[in-house]
Write a protein that binds this ligand. Structure first.
Ligand code: GLN
Length: 506
């Protein structure tokens, strides 16, 4: 299915974008200060975002649904507080969007799937509830790959998202709508989810910041599960300081999620201004090997040089088991998905087949009509890996190798404070380029699935571009609950790039 509205056909290989599509939002602090001082209002801000969405969403297809009335209502409440001179919360009046795999009261949650078309959860996910409590103005729900399975957003039942940097290219996946919305300034910040790279890789493709918090740092309550031991919720923003601000709101213990951590939340904003002098940065050989696009390599190496100039100690390290991460991930993730998706049976949620004649055919037909090809492929793979006779050879073995991968990271973090790699082996690829080759698509996750399996934190920060102007993302990984250090390194990368951009402009 194509996105509704204008579809532009082009033959040229040049980057295609409209003048106003790419736009960087002001920072959260600046916008909030304007609302506090009443030089602007949350209502005017929300209206300006809805106007941009009306103009650009028909092409970009980032939003699947809008919550205009509720958003303007929330904005009005913020303005009333500002008028009374009340203390405003951290994200007061900030226009945000939410990936459509998270429950948000008052609207649908499709998970990008036909099977959940029209499903309206009666409650907020904890992450969504925390944004609301912090005064954010929630504009709507964002497109994604079906059940967050994919690397290009082309598995959505509601049409692909287009990358605002070049609308003939994918935005990455599975949180493609969340990344594209920030890149096109259709939201100041968004929520995404990352199971094997779905925040970091689209952030890299769209030239924005995307954060993978440590497993357990942000509650998964109200997230439609893909692979529960890997799923994480995290923010997309246009810059590092905003990412720290949004994560500060999201992070923290939640009694609704048994895997949520009681570890105190650090002061992320305070980390950003700390010097990186003396920080030890590990560069793993395995992430700079065969398959890495030379232009991506050059951009990341320039970023590493900048960190060295800023006073970091750069150390080569080796993560020897990296080559096993893709097979391990695609066994663990599909096994968990096959169990999690068993609940979509035509009875409790969403689509029920009209052609069914008895109970068994209702189950079969509802699932056959409701799920797309990639979801079916993964349910088959996962069910196979979990079945008697194969469980030990595949699932159990994968869990054992997962432990080795995690321990390898722990050993590395004994020697270095953070690890730096490319986020993805290439910049954004063309729409349709990999849709016929699931294995090639799976390889887009080669640098991101390792951190997912190990439960550690990380992010992707823009780090230069290819010669044709496609964004390149640098992945910065930290140990469990090491978000502060990761933000500190990311802020340093961002600063050096801003200096480089300034020099170019002169
Ligand atoms: N692209 C990976 C997959 O298809 C990761 C998805 C994700 O992180 N949700 O499984």
């Amino acid at each position: 299915m194509q996105p509704s509205g204008c579809r532009i056909e082009r033959e040229t290989s040049e980057i295609v974008t409209t003048d106003t599509l790419l736009e960087k939002p002001a920072t959260i602090a600046v916008l909030r200060a304007g609302i506090v001082s009443r030089t602007t209002t949350a209502t005017a801000l929300a209206e300006s975002y809805f106007a941009r969405i009306d103009e650009h969403n028909p092409l970009v297809n980032a939003y699947l649904s809008l919550t205009r009335e509720e958003a303007l209502d929330q904005a009005g409440q913020i303005d009333a507080m500002a008028a009374r001179g009340d203390e405003l919360p951290a994200l007061a009046g900030i226009p945000m969007g939410v990936k459509d795999v998270l429950a948000m009261r008052g609207t649908t949650a499709t998970a990008g799937s036909r099977i959940l078309e029209g499903y309206r959860p009666p409650y907020d996910a904890t992450a969504v509830q925390r944004l609301r409590a912090a005064g954010a103005v929630l504009l709507g729900k964002l497109n994604c790959d079906e059940f967050a399975m994919g690397s290009s957003n082309e598995n959505s039942a509601y049409g692909p998202v287009r990358n605002p940097v070049d609308t003939e290219r994918v935005p990455g996946g599975s949180s493609g709508g969340s990344a594209a919305a920030v890149a096109a300034n259709l939201a100041v910040a968004t929520l995404g989810t990352d199971t094997g790279g779905s925040i970091r890789q689209p952030a890299s493709f769209c030239g924005v910041v995307g954060v993978l918090p440590t497993y357990g740092r942000v509650s998964r309550y109200g997230l439609i599960a893909f692979a529960s031991s890997l799923d994480r919720v995290g923010p997309f923003t246009a810059n590092v300081v905003d990412a720290a601000a949004v994560l500060s709101v999201l992070a923290g213990h939640d009694a609704h999620d048994a895997t949520s951590s009681r570890q105190p939340v650090g002061d992320y904003a305070a980390e950003l201004n700390k010097s990186v002098t003396g920080l030890r940065i590990g560069i793993p050989d395995e992430y700079f090997a065969e398959g890495l696009d030379p232009e991506v390599r050059a951009a990341i190496e320039a970023g590493i040089d900048a960190l060295r100039d800023a006073g970091c100690e750069i150390k080569r390290i080796s993560l020897k088991h990296t080559q096993y991460a893709i097979p391990v991930y695609y066994l663990v993730a599909t096994a968990e998905a096959s169990a999690n998706l068993a609940r979509f049976d035509g009875v409790r949620f969403g689509h029920r087949s009209k052609s069914a004649t008895n109970l068994s055919s209702m189950y079969r037909l509802s699932r056959d009509e409701g799920f797309g090809a990639e979801v079916k492929r993964r349910i088959l793979l996962g069910t196979y890996a979990l079945s008697a006779g194969y469980y030990d050879a595949y699932y159990k073995k994968a869990q054992q190798v997962r432990r080795i991968l995690a321990e390898e990271f722990m050993t590395a973090f004994g020697e270095v404070d953070a690890i730096v790699t490319p986020t993805a082996p290439t910049a954004a690829f063309r729409l349709g380029e990999k849709t016929d080759d699931p294995l090639a698509m799976y390889l887009a996750d080669i640098y991101t699935v390792t951190a997912s399996l190990a439960g550690i934190c990380g992010l992707s920060v823009p780090c230069g571009a290819t010669s044709t102007g496609l964004p390149v993302g640098m992945q910065i990984l930290g140990p469990h609950f090491g978000e502060g250090t990761v933000f500190r390194v990311a802020a340093a990368v961002e600063r050096t790039l801003a200096v480089a951009d300034g020099a170019e402009a002169e």
